[in-house]
Structures are given as C-alpha cells and as structure tokens.
Design a protein around this ligand. Structure first.
Ligand code: G16
Length: 555
C-alpha cells in the first residue's frame, strides 16, 4: 500500500501535468503516440508506471524510450522496455491506458493505489532499501528533451526511484542496454557498439574464401531517415573494416525526420528517398526509420525512367537470414550424432507478401502468423530454438533460446577447430551476438545482411531474385473513428463494421491471386488497407476499391 508521503508526492507532481481535453489515449501497437504538444501528462504518467514496473520485478532496470519512430516529426510517443529488454508485458497495458486517461490528480492517485495493492507492489516505507531504476532514452525529435523531463518527474514521484537519462539513442540501443544491465553484463552504449563490431568481424573472418583479401566489397549507401540511426551508424563506422559505407540523410543537412526519407516511406511508396537518384543506379541501398528499429533495402534499376525502386523489404531480409541459418544448421545436422536437431521457425504478419510465405515454406520452414506489432511476433518467435520474425515494414530480429545457445557453445568447444562443423557453429554463435535479441535493430540487421551477402558472394540483385514479390499496395484512410474497425486475431478479416468483410470479399473475388484486408493503425489515426494481386494495376485497383468501402462504411 501507499503511505501518506507517497500519495502527497503523486498529487503534487501530477498538478504539473493536466490532461489535455477530449483526447482518448491508448497504448497501441508500440506505446502511446500522438501530437507531441499533447503528450506531457501521458509521458509523466508512464514514468510512474515504469517505476512501479521496476519495483514489481525486484528493482530490475526498466527502459523508457521517448520516440514516435516512423511518425511525422511533430508527433512523439513513449514506450516501455521490460527488464528482459522486450516490450512491456501486455498484462500491464490496460493499467497504462487507465492512468493515461485519468482526468484528475485524485482519479490518477486512486487508480495507482488500487493497482499497487492488487499487484502487491511494495513502495514507500515497506520497500526498505530497494528502489526502482529507470533508464531513459530519446530520439532526435525536438520535443524529446522536455518530454524526457516529464518522464523523469513521473519516475521520481515514486519515492526513492531513480531515473537515469541515457541521452539520444536508437530505440533498439536502449532495449539492448536494459537487457544487458539486467543480465549483469556490460551495458553502456560503447559496449553495444563493441559487441556489434566484434561479432561482425568474427562473421567476416568465417567467410569461406581463401582469397578473402581479394574479395571485392561493394559499397552500400544508407538513408538515415534524418533521424538518430544515421548518426549512430557514423559512430559505429569508425570501428568497422570490411564495409564500404556511405551515409546520407543524417539530419545534419537540414532534412526533416521521416519526410520523403526513411524505411516507412520507401517501403510504403516504393519510390526513391530524397538524396538518392540516377547516380546511384544498381547500387545497394538501405533505409532506416526514425528511431532505427526498422531496416529495408532497395536499389534503383537501370531501366528506370521513373523514381520507382526495387524494394527488398522485411520479408526478403527474413528470407536471407533464414537461408543463411538453415545452411549452418544443415552443416551441423550432417554431424548430428546426439540428436540435437534444432527447430527453426519464422514469424510473419498478414502484411507478408504471399510470395515470401510460399518461398519460406518451400525452404521447409515452419511459418507462423502473428498480429501486427513486434510484441506479438516476438512472443511467437521465442517458442522456437531459433525464431526469426520480420514484419514486411522491416521490423524484425532473430531469437535464440537460452538452451539452444548453451548447446551451441558446448558444441563449439567439442568440435575440431577449423572443421566445417566448427565454423558453422561459430557462425551461429556470432549471429546470436550480433543480432539484437531484445528487439528489431536496423544497425545490427544491416551488419548481418552485409556479412551474409559477402558470405554468399551475392549482389543485391541476386539476393532480390530469391523470389519475386506479388504486386501489392498499401493505403491509409482517414476516418472519424478508426476504432470502429474490429478485426479477427490475425487481422485478416474485419468483424466490424458489420457487412464490410462481405463487401471486401466480393472485391477480392474479382482479381486473380487477390488478397486484401483492413485494420486500424495502432500508431497513426488512420485505417490501413493492404491489397495484393497478380499485377500492379490489379493490386492498386483492389486497394482503391477497398479504401472506398472503408470510406462509405465509416465516413
Ligand atoms: C510500430 C510497431 C510495428 C508496427 C508499426 C505499424 O513501428 O513497432 O510493429 O508494424 O508500428 O503499426 P500500425 O500499423 O499499428 O500503425 P514503429 O517503427 O513505428 O515503432
């Protein structure tokens, strides 16, 4: 329970942050998001929540990230990293919604009081010398600094709690640091960088080519979305050999965050981002999003007279990773006398291109589907020995179970140095270190793609040929109330408004290989429409008709 001094502290600080009128807030796909000017009270309250989360979990460190990722620059947002480094446990989301929407300090305090009792969280006098610890990070948005102060006040209003400002970071850096800290490992930003380049170098050294020195490393150009990712990649580049890297859209040259640049723009529009053009024809290019938790690749084809790009999205990155890991596992399985055959699985969402799913199944992989939002994919990927998850938008990573890692490390000790099996095991161990185990990470994803391409001796064009995407189209539709759309758990069918799914089905029937669905966005105030068909014209037309249906049912 909370004592008088704790209650007084909460009442006093919450007076500083009145809730804006008539905004209904929801924790959504990836935390709270919206116009930065309306977020002070929300961020302050999530500060309180994160301190309580830390106390609930034995004073483990919790992370708080101030970012609105792919959203426009005037938006901002906040999300919580659990002590594992993953997303806040979904069990706490209803409490987050409740306190964010509490209309007065009294209501807020009474909600907190009830929750603290229900969850049996010891605070104030009772907790003796144990206190909460929250690490805060923010992206480069101009509103970030003052929102971070609001979060700090929220954290400190739970008596004895400590808020530590880690400054400007990518979202995945903060998740990684929180995870490392709670595992008792070195957890500074420098440790993050060191981990990346050590495991990257290890994978480079394992490339099967005796004449490695002669191996020509072609250039990759990275679009930093005018956000934090390009800046951090510049820092990392200092320590990277074996990578010819050019970074554009770092935000230093006056470009606006996510505007005509970045992974969300390139993936949704399939056009060249600002700062790229005919001089880059056929060159391997990559785009990060605003907080560098998403990665897509693209190139400008020779014959292109328009600004269209060939996109290599999250599905294609997933396929490349799956292929590489499977190759290593096959090498091991040949040698598998003790029956340690592993289970490799992949997780996608309804947005996955149908051709990618076919390809992954052909590889003999277990393909599982989850709802949009990394929190959902992550959960399912964690059920495998090695689980690879990716959203088509470029958000994803590879998870290795603790048991499987121990097994690999033991095998690495047993096997003869220099044998093919030893190399395969060492590659898997290095991948597990390189790739962010907490959350999707554009920096580590980029390094893994680059080293795999070198390993295979592939160009971006060759990689693109793994399979051919079915033409697809995505549209955002603004409606008065996006919550009027309710979908099934896999988001492939709309249950509400009544009748809309039948109407969508009737449209789909008109197109060979047609597929389409609608869902309310959890990060923007729109309904999203996705359509796929055998030609681009058909996909566009299907998407447009479905968008019309959304307007007429909800408009
Ligand atoms: C966030 C989530 C992603 C999700 C995306 C779009 O990305 O982390 O999992 O795919 O939003 O979600 P929705 O369609 O619900 O708007 P980010 O990069 O913005 O954090």
């Amino acid at each position: 329970a909370m004592d008088e001094s704790q209650i007084a502290s909460l009442l006093k600080s919450s007076e500083l942050f009145p809730t804006p009128q008539s905004v209904k807030l929801s924790y959504g796909t990836a935390g709270f998001r919206g116009d930065a000017k309306l977020l002070d009270s929300t961020v302050y309250r999530v500060g309180i929540l994160s301190a309580l989360r830390s106390l609930k979990l034995g004073s483990s460190t919790v992370g708080l990230m101030i970012t609105a990722s792919h959203n426009k620059v005037s938006d901002n947002g906040i999300k919580v990293a659990d002590p594992s480094g993953g997303m806040l446990s979904q069990e706490w989301e209803p409490f987050a919604d409740q306190i964010a929407n509490a209309s007065s300090p009294r209501e807020l305090v009474s909600l907190i009081r009830e929750f603290v009792e229900k969850e049996e969280i010891a605070i104030g006098e009772e907790k003796k010398n144990k206190s909460a610890e929250v690490w805060l990070g923010r992206d480069t948005r101009p509103s970030g600094e003052s929102l971070l102060r609001a979060a700090e006040i929220g954290v400190s209003s739970i008596l004895g709690s400590v808020a530590i400002d880690k400054g400007i970071l990518t979202t995945p850096q903060l998740h990684w640091m929180v995870r490392a800290k709670n595992k008792g490992l070195k957890a500074t930003e420098n440790d993050y960088f060191e981990n990346l380049f050590t495991s990257f170098r290890c994978l480079i050294d394992l490339i099967p080519n005796s004449g490695k020195d002669k191996l020509e490393v072609s250039k990759v150009i990275v679009d930093g979305a005018n956000g934090v990712g390009g800046l951090k990649l510049e820092e990392l580049r200092e320590s990277l050999n074996n990578l010819d890297l050019e970074i554009r859209n770092t935000g230093r040259d006056g470009g606006v965050l996510n505007e005509g640049v970045g992974a969300d723009f390139v993936q949704k529009e399939k056009v060249v981002p600002l700062g790229f053009g005919s001089k880059d024809v056929e060159t391997r290019c990559a785009s990060f999003d605003g907080d560098a938790d998403r990665l897509v690749y693209f190139y400008i084809p020779t014959e292109s007279s328009t600004d269209k790009v060939e996109l290599l999205d999250g599905d294609k990155i997933l396929s490349l990773f799956a292929l590489f890991i499977k190759e290593q596992l096959n090498t091991l399985d040949d040698d598998d006398k003790e029956g340690t055959r592993s289970r490799l699985g992949v997780v996608q969402t309804a947005y996955a291109n149908g051709a990618s799913t076919d390809y992954l199944k052909q590889l003999g992989l277990d393909v599982v589907f989850a709802k949009t939002g990394v929190k959902h994919l992550h959960e399912k990927a964690a059920e495998f020995d090695i689980g690879i998850y990716f959203e088509a938008n470029g958000h994803g990573t590879i998870l290795f179970s603790e048991t499987f890692i121990s097994l690999l490390v033991a095998k690495q000790k047993d096997l003869t140095q220099g044998s093919e099996e030893h190399k395969a095991v060492s590659r898997l161990v290095a991948v597990s270190n390189l790739i962010n185990q907490a959350v999707g990470d554009a920096l580590s994803g980029l390094l893994l793609v680059e080293v795999i391409l070198q390993h295979m001796g592939w160009s971006v064009q060759k990689w693109n040929e793994l399979y051919k995407d079915l033409p697809s189209r995505q549209i955002k539709v603004e409606v008065p109330d996006r919550a009027a759309v309710v979908t099934t758990s896999e988001e492939t069918e709309a249950l509400k408004p009544l009748g809309i799914q039948d109407a969508i089905n009737a449209e789909i029937k008109k197109y060979p290989r047609g597929r389409a669905f609608i869902r309310p966005s959890g990060t923007e105030d729109v309904v999203r429409v996705y359509a796929e068909a055998s030609t681009q014209e058909a996909a566009d037309s299907l998407a447009n008709s479905v968008a019309q249906l959304v307007k007429s049912f909800l408009g």
